[in-house]
Design a protein around this ligand. Structure first.
Ligand code: PAF
Length: 281
């Protein structure tokens, strides 16, 4: 496995692969790899000749009061995991390599960033869009793999790729979960044992919504209120949002249709967790 640290070297390597007729799959990450990331890598590997993984904690997607400085990092562990899964190249740039002095470009995807985490984390998706656009230009992949756990992020990237005519296939992969249903996330490691127990309120909320839907409930407010009551019953929780929205536009709906996205963001202790499920027949 090759480790590439500069933009120029990564672009040269990718260009050579393309000229040799090789296809490139790309998995962008912020490191502290867990089983969810490894699944994205396996999917990437199965779809292309070469798998490139990037590890870069992107400062532009963190708000001023968020956890950029304390975001977990484990370079040695990450490299070992990427190697074990069969990554061919790890792109591992320094902050100044990605954002040199004078950097001033923004990439803004509009409507699908207004609700959910876009409201709760202003500017977050501008940071995600700009870094992913840059990474796409650096790695030059044929396809890029993202987790459905970050449903809004996947929507934003798909929109950006289509709107800017980027010739890259975007592949979404179902969320990988712990045996009790908690979605895998690098932030889970912040949870103490009591909070870890309370964090199950996300999975229980999605089960509850599905049950209510199956029993005929279509009123989004009724489902939302039931979920809020369930979450508030769990200690150490603070709801950021509970949203029932259109799975394409991500705008809130008043009634559940054939397919509705339930998206949740809940602070458990100091840790903000997100999850989602498509509620449908
Ligand atoms: O999902 C993530 O880890 C990040 O948002 C991404 C896509 C790597 C961009 O920094």
């Amino acid at each position: 496995m090759e480790i590439v640290k500069t933009v120029e070297a990564m672009q040269r390597t990718s260009e050579a692969l393309r000229l040799a007729g090789k296809t490139i799959a790309f998995v962008p990450t912020m490191g502290f790899l867990h089983e969810g990331h490894l699944e994205l890598m396996r999917v990437g590997k199965a779809h292309a000749d070469t798998l490139v993984v990037s590890i870069f904690v992107n400062p532009t997607q963190f708000g001023p009061s968020e956890d950029y400085d304390r975001y977990p990092r484990d370079t040695e562990g990450d490299l070992a995991k990427a190697r074990a899964v069969g990554a061919d190249i790890v792109f591992f740039p320094a902050r100044e390599e990605m954002y040199p002095d004078g950097f001033q470009t923004r990439v803004q995807v509009e409507r699908v960033t207004r609700n959910l985490c876009g409201t709760a984390r202003p500017g977050h998706f501008d940071g995600v869009a700009v870094v992913v656009a840059k990474l796409f230009n650096i790695v030059k992949p044929h396809l890029a793999v993202f987790g459905q756990k970050d449903y809004q992020q996947l929507t934003v990237i798909s929109r950006m790729t289509a709107d800017l005519n980027m010739d890259i296939q975007i592949v979404g992969v179902p969320t990988v979960r712990e045996p009790d249903g908690l979605a895998m996330s690098s932030r889970n490691k912040y949870l103490n044992p009591e909070e870890r127990q309370s964090a199950l309120c996300l999975r229980k909320s999605m089960d509850l919504a599905e049950t209510m839907f199956r029993e005929g409930e279509r009123d989004a407010l009724a489902v939302r209120q039931a979920i809020e009551a369930l979450i508030n019953d769990h200690p150490h929780t603070r709801i950021d949002y509970v949203s029932l929205c259109d799975s394409t536009t991500l705008e809130d709906v008043a009634r559940l249709g054939d397919e509705t996205l339930l998206a949740l963001a809940v602070k458990v202790g100091a840790t903000r967790l997100i999850d989602n499920r498509l509620i449908r027949d």
